[in-house]
Design a protein around this ligand. Structure first.
Ligand SMILES: Nc1ncnc2c1ncn2[C@@H]1O[C@H](COP(=O)(O)OP(=O)(O)OP(=O)(O)O)[C@@H](O)[C@H]1O
Ligand SMILES: [Mg+2]
Length: 163
């Protein structure tokens, strides 16, 4: 019987200066890295990565002098594509979908980023880069996207170098 075992795939992480001016480049890299995947999957991932990148720049040390943001991506199994955005931390806040009520939803132009991620992704969350009792030394904010059978191009190598 032919083997149907799936070998996990990961892309070389991409590293950016923590500047919102780079958002277009961040989005372009997602499209390039997901060449061969269905356009709707690529555009969902692109949108979510740009929101996570913006949050890293706006709320963490990534947006300060010398700050950076790392975007990683992997296929941990055949039905799931995971993106992860690592920030510089040093902030009191944590990623959370704000609790808006009633008309706030319609009137607020802001606080939509993670709500959109939660709507498009199978699941999302975050973890500390390094656990510390009091300090946030940086977070890995991740989102998983569903892949139906055959949506990942066949023959991907286990490690994809950034082109
Ligand atoms: N990487 C992060 N580190 C620390 N706090 C974060 C991070 N990302 C988001 N947050 C917190 O979660 C809140 C909600 O983020 P979200 O992206 O949903 O909305 P927003 O950034 O306030 O508005 P929008 O994305 O619509 O411009 C932020 O206001 C911030 O307090
Ligand atoms: Mg945001």
């Amino acid at each position: 019987m032919p083997s149907t075992a799936f070998s996990p795939v990961r892309w070389e992480p991409r590293i950016y200066r923590g500047s919102l001016e780079l958002t277009g480049r961040v989005r372009g890299h997602v499209r390039r890295d997901l060449d061969g995947f269905p356009a709707e999957v690529a555009s969902d991932v692109e949108l979510c990565v740009s929101e996570l990148f913006a949050n890293a720049v706006e709320y963490t040390a990534s947006g300060g002098e010398g700050g950076e943001v790392v975007r990683a991506m992997a296929l941990p199994d055949a039905g799931r594509l995971r993106v992860a955005v690592t920030d510089g931390g040093f902030t009191e806040t944590r990623p959370a979908i704000p609790e808006l009520t009633g008309t706030d939803w319609f009137e607020s132009e802001r606080h939509r980023g993670l709500l959109m991620v939660s709507a498009l992704a199978l699941d999302w969350g975050f973890r500390s880069v390094i656990e510390h009792p009091t300090l946030n030394l940086g977070l890995v904010v991740w989102a998983d996207f569903a892949l139906a059978a055959g949506q990942a191009p066949s023959g991907l190598p286990r490690f994809i170098h950034a082109a």
